[in-house]
Design a binder for this molecule. Structure first.
Ligand SMILES: [Zn+2]
Length: 251
C-alpha cells in the first residue's frame, strides 16, 4: 500500500484527478460514507475507462473494508466494480508497482466479498433493493471472477442488456443481436442451479446470485453470453464472449 503522502499520487490519473483527496476524505470519515464512496468510484470509472489511480486506491479500500458494515461493504463493491473491471481492457504489466498495488487490493477485497456472496443475510437484505443487488453482483464478478466478463456486462448496460454485438473472423458482424428474442444461431449455455455456496462455476453462481436477488435485467441474459454462437455466414462455432470481444476491439 502506497501512502497518501507519496508524490506518486500527483502523477496518477482519474476522471477528476483528485482520487487521493477523495480517498483521504473517505478514510478519515469526512462527509457521508456512501456519498464519498460513490464520488470516488465515479471518478475512477467514468466512461468505463481504466484510470491509473485505481491500482493505488484499491489497497486502501481493502484496508478500510473490514471496518464497514455488511451493507456498506456491499455498497462499496457495487460502486467500485466498474473501475476494477476496466483494468481487463488494458491489463497492467506484471512486475510493475501498479500491478502489485492492484492485485494486493484485489486480494484484500476478495477476502471481504467471498463471504458476502454466500451470506443468506446479505441475499435477504438485497432482495427488493433492485439495482443495488444487480450492481453488487457485477462488482463481485469483477473482484472474484473474470474481469473481462464483468467489463463486457457493464458494456452491455448501454443497451440495458437487451442486445449485444458480435463479429466473426470471416468478416460477418452484427451490432444488435437481440437477447430478448435471441436468433437461432445463438446457443444458450445450460446453466445449472446454484447451491448458494460454491463459487466454482462462474456462470452458475452469477446467474444464481442475480436470480436470488430478483434481478430481471441481467439474469435472463447470462445463459446467452456464457453460451455459443454459430456464425450465420461461415458456420464457425465460438463462445459468445469471443464474438463480443472481437466486435468491441474492432470498433
Ligand atoms: Zn463467420
Amino acid at each position: 500500500m502506497i501512502s497518501l503522502e507519496s508524490p506518486i499520487w500527483k502523477e496518477l490519473s482519474s476522471a477528476g484527478n483528485d482520487a487521493d483527496r477523495l480517498l483521504r476524505d473517505l478514510i478519515e470519515s469526512r462527509g457521508e460514507l456512501r456519498e464519498a464512496i460513490g464520488i470516488l468510484a465515479e471518478d475512477l470509472s467514468h466512461q468505463l475507462t481504466y484510470y491509473s489511480a485505481t491500482a493505488y486506491v484499491l489497497p486502501h479500500l481493502a484496508a478500510l473494508c473490514p471496518s464497514l458494515s455488511k451493507r456498506d461493504k456491499v455498497y462499496l463493491i457495487a460502486q467500485m466494480g466498474a473501475a476494477i473491471a476496466a483494468e481487463a481492457v488494458e491489463p497492467l504489466e506484471p512486475d510493475t508497482e501498479a500491478y502489485r498495488e492492484f492485485h494486493e487490493g484485489l486480494a484484500g477485497l476478495r477476502r471481504e466479498v467471498m463471504p458476502l456472496l454466500t451470506d443468506p443475510e446479505v441475499h435477504t437484505q438485497l432482495r427488493g433493493e433492485g439495482e443495488l443487488g444487480t450492481m453488487f453482483s457485477l462488482g463481485a464478478l469483477a473482484v472474484v471472477g473474470d474481469r473481462k466478463h464483468a467489463y463486457d456486462l457493464w458494456y452491455l448496460s448501454g443497451s440495458t442488456w437487451e442486445e449485444g454485438p458480435a463479429a466473426c473472423e470471416c468478416g460477418w458482424d452484427d451490432e444488435t443481436i437481440s437477447f430478448t428474442e435471441p436468433p437461432k444461431f445463438l446457443k444458450p449455455a445450460q446453466v445449472g442451479q446454484w447451491d448458494g455456496q460454491s463459487l466454482e462455476n462462474e456462470a452458475v453462481w452469477l446467474h444464481g446470485l442475480l436470480s436470488l436477488l430478483d434481478d430481471e435485467m441481467i439474469a435472463p441474459v447470462i445463459p446467452l453470453v456464457y453460451g455459443f454462437g454459430v456464425c450465420p455466414k461461415c458456420g464457425r462455432r465460438e463462445p459468445y464472449w469471443a464474438w463480443m470481444d472481437r466486435f468491441v476491439e474492432d470498433c
